[in-house]
Design a protein around this ligand. Sequence first.
Ligand SMILES: Cc1cc2nc3c(=O)[nH]c(=O)nc-3n(C[C@H](O)[C@H](O)[C@H](O)COP(=O)(O)OP(=O)(O)OC[C@H]3O[C@@H](n4cnc5c(N)ncnc54)[C@H](O)[C@@H]3O)c2cc1C
Length: 501
Amino acid sequence: MESKTEYQYEADVVIVGAGNAAMCAALAAQEQGARVIVLEKSPEKERGGNTTYTHGSIRFAYNGTPDIQAIIPDLAEEDLQVTDFGSYSEEQYYEDLCRMTNYKTDPELASILTGESFETMKWLTKHHIQFIPIYGRQAFKINGIFKFWGGMILESVGGGHGLVEALHNEASSQGVRILYGTMAIELLHGDEGIQGVRVKEKGRSKTIRAKAVVMASGGFHANVEMRTKYLGPKWDVVHTRGSRYNTGEGIQMALDIGALSAGNWSMAHAVTGDRYLPDFQEGFQRLSYPFGILVNSDGKRFLDEGADFRNYTYAKYGRLILEQKDNFAWQVFDGKVSHLLREEYKGKQVTKVKANSLEELADKMEGVDKEKFLEEMVRYNEAIDDVVPFNPNEKDGRGTKGIDVPKTNWANCIDTAPFEAYAVTCGITFTFGGLKINERAEVQNTMYQKINGLYAAGEAAGGLFYDNYPGGAGLMAGAVFGKIAGEQAAHYVKAELTAKV
Ligand SMILES: Cc1cc2nc3c(=O)[nH]c(=O)nc-3n(C[C@H](O)[C@H](O)[C@H](O)COP(=O)(O)OP(=O)(O)OC[C@H]3O[C@@H](n4cnc5c(N)ncnc54)[C@H](O)[C@@H]3O)c2cc1C
């Protein structure tokens, strides 16, 4: 039975959040003829959640250059001639998800993500979202050819800001209504399912009548209490990346009406980044570690910097720094590889020391045991198998031999001045735990039945990522399941209205 609530707004579908998953849901629902209202708790100038903070790098399955041309029809002939995009099949994508998550990923959701990724990319371009190849960060020019690695080859024009702007421009041109500074605080529901949402708009409680709600409100990485509760000790004090508005209440609201939780609640995407940068600031990450080494306060290496392409290791290496004493480490490079360092190493707010010898460098590396560090450098340099040629574009197998913490690829002696070291710490990006959804993005309850009218997508849905994560899968998951959620929500409302006539 419907409650006697007074409603200030009315819509068919309400979307909670205005990031990538939410805006894909909004576009898809509107496309199916639904009247859509998007709720965004941040002010308009901070809209876009974590999506704004991304590079817009997105991972999808494709079959060679013709598929890339289907997404970027105006790729210049001269670029095509010097680019090897390779290919990335649905099976490879699926296998990467399995491998990264130690085979814990939800097989149904993983098949949908990988199987729908290319079609969803085409759908995005139909909605005027533009992409470009990620030259420089995902491919180096070797012998005149850019050869891409790791399956993630495109990014949105203008990065995360560009993606959010393009999604919002498209949504407003399609008539989607967005309420900024409006926070969803409660789901209204009865025996038949969702009835609407209670919100706080500029401090006032209001209600929106709607038969369907898509929860696309992100995860809880910016909620210190939930971080500590679910991820454990030390996670309260980690550097916090991305949006300060992803505080988990969207997930909590659904749990409060009986939704089932899913996924890896005790793990999160966490990377290595500048030790002293304030929270929520862009430019935190330091991701060129495969070409150097990391040492802790004991001067010791503690992880395999070259275990895989950085797309496959960066999301879990933040956590390994958090496990070190005082949650810090130094990344060390020498003059042979400094030209390979990513843009983020060149900015002004970079905690960096430079020296002409390793001894001088060690003196400058705050908090590091100098003697032990110099001993570690001798051990490391002696362990390198330099018969194998160095090639940053592929897993070159140039590794170490006979040391406790091996480096599997891209191992070079650190022996050429100038030497550089960067102080890094752990920074949390987003959380893996969320709501249980099925193949139609319908939120399940604890009796394993759908909650009529409730959908979830993006970080708010759990089950895809465990322990680790393949770079670029976050935006793709948001787009694939956001689109499905929006379509399904619109169909559900249409069916409900038809049934009533
Ligand atoms: C620095 C950084 C770099 C990244 N780089 C990449 C990358 O290159 N490629 C990639 O695939 N992924 C990347 N990610 C991960 C990616 O950002 C996320 O996986 C993805 O953007 C999540 O999208 P979403 O729509 O689920 O959440 P978000 O984009 O975070 O949107 C959630 C929105 O919900 C709003 N909200 C929260 N609670 C409420 C409420 N109660 N009421 C109303 N609104 C609410 C928030 O304000 C926010 O706007 C990166 C993340 C960060 C932080």
